[in-house]
Design a protein around this ligand. Structure first.
Ligand code: ZN
Length: 311
């Protein structure tokens, strides 16, 4: 029987009816106008009902939710969800009561990795390491077909591994995290700094002097055009990502490395640094038989994975 997958973001909730093979049969999206838990539960219920109706009213059994934030392991309690301003919200219990269905809540990245494992680039593999570089840097470890979640449920936080002692301040509050150099949000922040300091004529020209138009792709174009400040930020981010991911490959020895997320999908130059970094720096033995694959499901990986976790 199909299950429901929910992708809970900071601005809207998407719901999909997904079959056992991970195919989306019907979907819907509803904007979040209010961020109180009660209001968000109603929006999710509305999106779920719309998806079921769009699918011709088919029966579904079980619901999985992928939400940005730290989720208490197996309890369905969201410990911290910065984009919703939540602390310790028992979303699983609230939603289960509202929908009359068992509900499982997982981190959005774990949901996306589970989707790629079961219906995307990880099909057929049991030991997979998934890295997403978008606005942040996240990863997920799947060992022996199981999500590795750690004792507190926060395993896989690649973005908060340290790359420079006492380096740039990260959004998490700590210093020198990989994400502070290579996450999309921080790539843009670094571009703004050099443009504001007058050090990047090409990025200033590409954006017509409007800093709100700076993106990782603008950075990549400027770096390729020979802008020294852009090249420095771009190369440093790419090399740091390549080394960090190579080290994870050495530690974990996955059969498949899946890379995705907006920055890696839209910036081939950064992706190249990552692939070359893994090939050059992961230990020879850990690379034997390693397949590097791009994520296949795009924005749907999380909703498909959430639904499949509810199976
Ligand atoms: Zn951090």
């Amino acid at each position: 029987m199909p299950t429901l997958g929910i992708d809970l973001g900071g601005t809207n909730a998407r719901a999909a009816v997904v079959d056992e093979q991970g195919r989306i049969l019907a979907s819907s999206k509803v904007a979040l106008t209010e961020r109180s838990p009660a209001a968000v539960v109603e929006v999710i219920a509305e999106a779920a009902a719309a998806a079921v109706t769009a699918g011709g009213g088919m029966r579904v059994r079980g619901c999985g939710v992928g939400a940005a934030g730290q989720i208490h392991r197996d309890s369905g309690v969201i410990a911290v969800a910065p984009n919703l301003g939540w602390r310790n919200v028992a979303l699983g219990a609230l939603l289960s009561e509202r929908l009359g269905q068992p509900v499982r809540v997982v981190n959005d990245l774990a949901a996306a990795a589970w989707g790629e494992l079961n219906a995307g680039a990880g099909r057929g593999a049991t030991d997979v390491y998934v890295v997403f570089v978008g606005s942040g840097v996240g990863s997920c470890i799947i060992a022996n077909s199981q999500l590795v979640r750690g004792s507190g449920g926060v395993a896989g936080e690649l973005g908060h591994t340290k790359v420079i002692p006492n380096g740039r301040r990260c959004g998490c509050g700590e210093l020198g995290c990989l994400e502070a150099y290579a996450g999309g949000h921080n790539l843009i922040a670094q571009c703004r700094e050099v443009v504001a300091a007058g050090r990047s004529p090409i990025m200033a020209e590409l954006t017509g002097g409007d800093p709100s138009l700076l993106t990782p792709l603008v950075l990549e174009k400027a770096a390729e055009a020979g802008d020294p400040a852009a090249r420095e930020i771009h190369e440093r981010a790419g090399r740091m990502l390549g080394m960090a991911i190579a080290n994870m490959v050495t530690v974990l020895n996955p059969a498949r490395l899946i890379i995705g997320g907006g920055v890696l999908m839209h910036c081939p130059g950064i992706r190249r640094y990552v692939v070359e970094g893994v090939q050059a720096l992961a230990s020879n033995t850990s690379r034997e038989g390693l397949l590097i694959a791009e994520a296949e499901l795009g924005d749907d990986s999380g909703i498909i994975g959430a639904a499949m976790l509810a199976l």
